[in-house]
Design a protein around this ligand. Structure first.
Ligand SMILES: [Zn+2]
Length: 301
């Protein structure tokens, strides 16, 4: 045992319940959730995802005016903006990384190379400083980061000192992720891809997560399923308590923001909602049996 504080990093694809999990953990007296810390710089520069909430903190204020973040940003971003970087640079679409879908063992070295690139070292330097200041300011022993990105997870796991790092790999049925992203994409007027192509994309992403999972000690990672988390929240929470050494706290029935100062997250997070799981994505495969079956096979690899 050591007395170091712990970073709990949630690794997942988009639309897989990371905001729900982050919100549940934020209710523990021992935890402080920063949300998607990787998106902090984008929120400060007002570019990238976040336009819907004007890149504000969950408390509704611009991050530089927020009661939690303003002093931390004075010591970091505002003091040295040129070296401030919060999101790892990597190209998951590159052919070499896509191959990882079938042969993850070939890519361990490549992953370690990516996190050691100078630009990415700058990211881990910034994150080190941020985690230290967040821990100091919040006084909490567990900092929850729901940035999702698997290479960011690996960089934090390998490079951040002064903290224990634990990963929660949150999975969801690949077919559900696809339909959720499709809805999301048409809302955002992005071009659509066929279901099969999207299924392969989310499969590759899951294999990237898998590769990262092979690069951490088994004691430092737990796997959860979004559907189980949303339908049997109480028993999934006990798993988390046991694995991370958190004191048990009551299971909430609702997802809601309570004095949160999180960055990013699902756009629906601002209204209080009962925790429940929506299986209606299956209807979208009624005329697309091939995609449904293919997704079922990919789920099992
Ligand atoms: Zn705030």
């Amino acid at each position: 045992m050591n007395n170091k504080p712990t970073i709990i990093y949630i690794m997942s694809d988009n639309r897989s319940g990371s905001t729900l999990l982050e919100n549940i953990l934020s209710k523990s007296d021992e935890c402080f959730s920063v949300g998607e810390l990787a998106m902090l710089k984008g929120h400060l520069l007002k570019n990238g995802p976040g336009e819907k909430w004007n890149w504000n903190c969950a408390c509704g204020n611009p991050l530089t005016d927020c009661v939690f973040w303003s002093s931390i940003l004075k010591q970091t971003y505002l003091a040295h903006p040129e070296t401030f970087a919060t999101g790892l640079t990597w190209n998951f679409k590159s052919k070499a990384l896509a191959l990882n879908g079938m042969f993850p063992f070939l890519f361990k070295k490549k992953f370690l190379k990516v996190i050691n690139q100078p630009a990415n070292q700058q990211v881990t330097n910034t994150l080190s400083e941020l985690f230290r200041l967040v821990q100091e300011k919040s006084g909490k022993n567990f900092i929850v980061d729901s940035s999702k990105n698997p290479l960011q997870a690996l960089a934090i796991y390998k490079k951040i000192t002064g903290f224990n790092v634990k990963l929660i790999w949150l999975k969801r049925d690949l077919r559900a992720i696809v339909t959720s992203k499709t809805k999301w994409k048409s809302l955002n007027k992005k071009k659509e891809k066929s279901m099969l192509k999207l299924l392969l994309d989310v499969f590759y992403y899951r294999r990237l997560c898998y590769t990262v999972s092979t690069l951490v000690k088994p004691a430092d990672i737990i796997e959860l399923d979004y559907k189980t988390l949303a339908t049997d929240t109480h028993s999934e929470l006990q798993k988390i308590f046991n694995a991370l050494g958190l004191q048990p706290f009551p299971t909430q029935q609702f997802m809601e923001l309570v004095e949160d100062h999180t960055i990013g997250g699902t756009p629906g997070r601002f209204s209080k909602k009962p925790i429940q799981y929506d299986d209606s994505w299956k209807e979208q495969y009624q005329d697309n049996k091939l995609a449904y079956l293919t997704g079922g096979v990919l789920n099992k690899i």
